[in-house]
Design a protein around this ligand. Structure first.
Ligand code: 13P
Length: 210
């Protein structure tokens, strides 16, 4: 996909996430890797109303070279995209149920959502490290996220929300949606003695769908 098509897709998928309640107000931000840098949603922009032409562009050294001022969460996205060279995009949301789990889980936990369903395992994987609370935009979160993301497609920021990578922008959005659904299920079933997938079933999913 060329840059224009990615800008259009980013606006389309941002609107889709917003319309379905995965993001409210100006919460959330999205980045996409380009051959010559990165696209990033502008700071204080609403994912529901992104103008493709005003999406921020960053150079390979992450300096701002075009469009509106980028998200304050550049450090968060840089942490993920540098830790995971195969990732083409990162989606950060404050989606309600995943954020609720981020308020319940202890920083340092690596699996705050049980493997209840196959698609959570297939899209997000086995690990979802919980990163300790940082103020939004705090550059100090970068090292923690970078370390955790080497072994995980997604991390959960305590009291803040999920940060999810994907091979493509669509993959990252799908994984963020699955994470939110898994979090919702986990909360619905909390204390009900729900059956999780077994370690062998999880291994089988990862071996089959990688
Ligand atoms: P930005 O508006 O700077 O992207 O920040 C929104 C957000 O989600 C902070 O975590």
């Amino acid at each position: 996909m060329d840059e224009q098509a990615l800008r259009d897709q980013l606006a389309l998928l941002g609107a889709s996430l917003f319309q379905r309640g995965y993001s409210v107000g100006t919460a959330g931000n999205i980045s996409v890797r380009l051959p010559d840098g990165y696209l990033m949603t502008p700071t204080n922009s609403c994912l529901g109303r992104l103008d493709p032409a005003r999406i921020s562009k960053l150079a390979p050294d992450w300096s701002h070279v075009g469009g509106d001022r980028p998200s304050k969460e550049v450090f968060m996205h840089r942490a993920m995209l540098t830790a995971r060279p195969d990732a083409g995009a990162v989606v950060h949301l404050h989606s309600t149920h995943a954020t609720a789990i981020g308020c319940l889980a202890e920083p340092g936990e690596t699996a705050p959502i049980p493997p209840l369903t196959p698609y959570f395992v297939m899209r997000v994987g086995r690990a979802l490290p919980v990163i300790r609370y940082y103020r939004p935009g705090d550059a100090a979160m970068e090292a923690d996220i970078h370390d955790a993301a080497k072994g995980a497609k997604a991390v959960l920021l305590a009291n803040h929300g999920p940060v999810v990578s994907g091979r493509t922008l669509e993959d990252a959005v799908h994984a963020a949606e699955e994470l939110e659904e898994a979090a919702r299920l986990a909360l619905l079933l909390r204390g009900a003695g729900a059956r999780s997938l077994t370690p062998a079933q999880v291994d089988d999913l990862l071996a089959t769908f990688g």
